[in-house]
Design a protein around this ligand. Sequence first.
Ligand code: ACO
Length: 328
Amino acid sequence: MSKVNAGILGMGHAYPSGILTNADLEKMVDTSDEWITTRTGIKQRHKADADEYTSQFAVKAGKKALQCAQISPKDIDIIVCATTTPDQILPSTGCIIQRELGCENAAGMDLFAACSGFIYGITMVESMIRTGQIRYALVIGAEVLTKYVDYTDRSTCVLFGDGAGAAVLGPVPPDKGILATKIRSDGRYEEQLYAPGGGTRYGTTHETIEKRMHYFKMKGNELFKIAVRSMADISAEILEKAGVTIDDVDLVIPHQANQRITDAVAQRLGVPPEKVYSNIAYHGNTSSASIPIAMDECIEMGKIKDGTLVLITAFGGGVTWGASLIRF
Ligand code: ACO
């Protein structure tokens, strides 16, 4: 078999129509538009209604990605749904998506890597495509984080939003597609960002609910420093692995967690602001969905075209981090 790389053939994204603005949050907790804007860059975030759930947005994004790639659902071999907020514990959201999209020949699964989930997903399927084990994969980052946000905790509730982004991956010539990719984790930082309730360790009891243990808890300030260092270092590593410099990269798309984190990563990498994409003002932090949403927006805006060299990098709870270098 001739040598192939795995590349992105089509993308799509979707999010709820509901919007939560900084002005709305001012009425809910002791915060201000000024604090949120200067500390995070966020102006609004999309928020699912009570009857909306993760797979609905994943399916919409997946359908668009399939149309864009002009690949039949029947040709998809695996669906990887990167999510921290699945529809339910069993079955996986990946299986729900498989059914709804009619991907009748596909395996379906969920991947838990918080905000790094999309990069974890494409890293996993990249080697499956490159070695010929599968031909086409659908990787979706999808989250309804606002159902896990404690709207009495001002330090987290202003940050998160909902949405989904999807990519169809398949074989491309060796000079295109994923040129280098790397993922890492460090479980010593478990309690920097976690939601301990509801699992096998603490279960779901009156006590866990009263203590609000099912909601996200975060030590934002400490995470900030680790996030900047991890994303910058792993990006430099994969650039070296691919034999390119940051000046060769046309566009950097970091996980959209905080504008100050994005600016600090760009500065450490020595990349000018015009080469760095940010949509944090409109979406907030959508965890595993943030990078594929941003990438698809860049495709729609013409910032990503045939030949564009894109560096994506993410950091999330776990902690997890990763980076991929992709030639479109
Ligand atoms: N409104 C007003 N004041 C606030 C708010 C708010 N919404 N939130 C916190 N404050 C206050 C704090 O109480 C504190 O007050 P004090 O000095 O009187 O104690 C003060 O603001 C400063 O708090 P810090 O936490 O030091 O603020 P910081 O500048 O670090 O910003 C933030 C907080 C935005 C959370 C930032 O640390 C951050 O973005 N961290 C990284 C988050 C991240 O990357 N997470 C991982 C990825 S997400 C995932 O995996 C799902």
